[in-house]
Write a protein that binds this ligand. Structure first.
Ligand SMILES: NC(=O)c1ccc[n+]([C@@H]2O[C@H](COP(=O)([O-])OP(=O)(O)OC[C@H]3O[C@@H](n4cnc5c(N)ncnc54)[C@H](OP(=O)(O)O)[C@@H]3O)[C@@H](O)[C@H]2O)c1
Length: 247
């Protein structure tokens, strides 16, 4: 059990990359951290060790496949075995796949997988977490994408899932008010996916007014801001070097 006087943040997909940066930033801010992971057990345990070395009993791991029908309930049940409180839910876990499945015939499978992990489970997690967040007057931060608003070629199902997450965030900002705030951070290019070749990378940088990609810490700092911004709800904070301004 973590210390019940310290606020707790649950970060999904927190074992590595942007999720790990968010978890580390929030830990520096004073939160205890529930590090959710699915496949990245080793990285999750390592991160928990690093955070617990900085502050004893301040982090623990929670394993859950978010594609399961009852993933949201299972994850909150597992969290409750280790903490009695929850102050912040960061829906960061996501899958990023091109829609080229259209050609290989598995388009409906890709669609279902994308909408389940990127949209349905984050929504259900928000609902499952609401009673705990209401008690703590906490908040939810959903990590979306600037491509929720500007279509990215060959990523239809992904863009739709993130657009849905933006829509859900705005709705929940009304439905869960006044106790719970709900906001989004929408990254531009931060860390390349394995599917993004050097041509795609060059194009992305050229179309970014700040002429570079961002860092995971840029997203983490935006999350930290929104977590503490007591009069901000229903907001989508683009962290993209201005890229959304160009087509
Ligand atoms: N990278 C970028 O430049 C960029 C740009 C725009 C938006 N974003 C958004 O920012 C967030 C973080 O990006 P990222 O690139 O760091 O993400 P990522 O590496 O693609 O994925 C983050 C985590 O999601 C988890 N995940 C995937 N499928 C899961 C499942 N079935 N069940 C449970 N967890 C699952 C994985 O956890 P395990 O490893 O433990 O399996 C993974 O480590 C995402 O929401 C992404 O859409 C990123």
């Amino acid at each position: 059990m973590t210390n019940t006087n310290t606020p707790l943040a649950l970060v999904t997909g927190a074992a590595k990359r942007i999720g790990a940066a968010i978890a580390t930033e929030l830990h520096d801010e004073g939160y205890n951290i529930a590090i959710h992971f699915h496949m990245s057990r080793h990285e999750a345990y390592e991160l928990a060790t690093v955070l617990n070395d900085k502050r004893a009993a301040s982090a623990f791991t929670v394993e859950q496949d978010l594609s399961h029908e009852s993933a949201a309930k299972n994850l909150i049940d597992k969290l409750l075995q280790q903490s009695r409180r929850l102050d912040l839910l960061v829906n960061n876990a996501s899958i990023f796949k091109s829609s080229s499945g259209i050609n290989s015939g598995n388009v409906s499978e890709l669609w279902d997988q994308m909408q389940t992990i990127n949209l349905r489970t984050p929504y259900l997690l928000a609902i499952e977490a609401a009673s705990l967040l209401r008690k703590s007057k906490g908040s939810i931060i959903n990590i979306t994408d600037i491509n929720a608003e500007r279509p990215r070629e060959d990523y239809t199902a992904y863009c739709a899932s993130k657009a849905g997450l933006v829509s859900i965030s705005r709705s929940l900002a009304i439905d869960l008010a006044p106790e719970i705030r709900v906001n989004c951070v929408a990254p531009g290019a931060i860390l390349w996916a394995s599917s993004e070749d050097s041509h795609t990378q060059k194009e992305a940088i050229n179309s970014t007014p700040l002429q570079r990609i961002g860092k995971p810490s840029d997203i983490a700092q935006a999350v930290r801001y929104l977590a503490g911004a007591q009069y901000v709800t229903g907001h989508i904070l683009n962290v993209d070097g201005g890229r959304i301004l160009r087509g």
